[in-house]
Write a protein that binds this ligand. Sequence first.
Ligand SMILES: C[S@@+](CC[C@H](N)C(=O)[O-])C[C@H]1O[C@@H](n2cnc3c(N)ncnc32)[C@H](O)[C@@H]1O
Length: 267
Amino acid sequence: MATIYSRPEEYDLEHGSGEEDIDFYRRLVQRLDAHDIVELGCGSGRITQPLAALAERLDLRVTGVDLSEEMLGQARAKIEELPAGCRSRVQLLQGDIRNYAVPAPVDLIVVPCSTLAHVLELEDQLAVWTRARANLKPGGRFVVDLSMPNLQAYADSMASPPRALVELDIDQETDDGAHRLIRYKTTRYEAHRQRAHVHFLYDRFEVTDRDEQARRYVSDFESHVFFPRELQLLFLHTGFAVESCYGGYRFEKLSSTSRALVMVGRV
Ligand SMILES: C[S@@+](CC[C@H](N)C(=O)[O-])C[C@H]1O[C@@H](n2cnc3c(N)ncnc32)[C@H](O)[C@@H]1O
């Protein structure tokens, strides 16, 4: 079954334009004084494009890596709209985050938006960390950005008899009001494998003069649920020191109520 990644325009509509993680990455590259940057799982360029827009002013070179041709196509279209001085500093590569290569070591590798949750097996996770380590300069950083485990949702899904609550978690409209996307979500959790089976159900409404037409589709994901200590161990095992850990996109400390889990490893 197709995932939302084969519908990049809807992926962008789902995420809207003002998400706070975008600003986090803008500030991060400046805080870390990073100039050569790789984004793993760059997708539709939601983060890549705002970084690329700063490339000329901050002397950045930005490389995005993704498997999906459709998502990369959307990213390319966004980069094309930037001034030449920024555009020329961006490279988009179709590849796997477990085994991509960059021409020269970089200062910063980031994996935003829970992309790593798609990497299910331990050996593949180790490959991602090891590759990042190999592609970084001495002192370079690897920044992993995931959601904190949603124990409440997992507990519901483990009730007996099993039940999967349907959560309406996204409701976005295009700026012109012509399209509206509503996303519903169910989660089933397998505790022994730290595996979440997430079904997204989308209703896309097209608003015309006369009526609203709806199109419905599903997008299923299996995702690995990372816990903070596990991330720490992945960094330590692959030769990084853990430099910082944030629980949100304003650089706040991780706490028991954090929804985000952002860990920074340093070579
Ligand atoms: C949640 S999206 C994140 C996109 C973008 N970074 C953002 O913040 O909007 C995850 C992306 O990771 C890509 N992806 C998943 N597994 C991958 C892999 N093994 N190698 C490369 N890309 C992968 C998907 O194609 C998708 O574009």
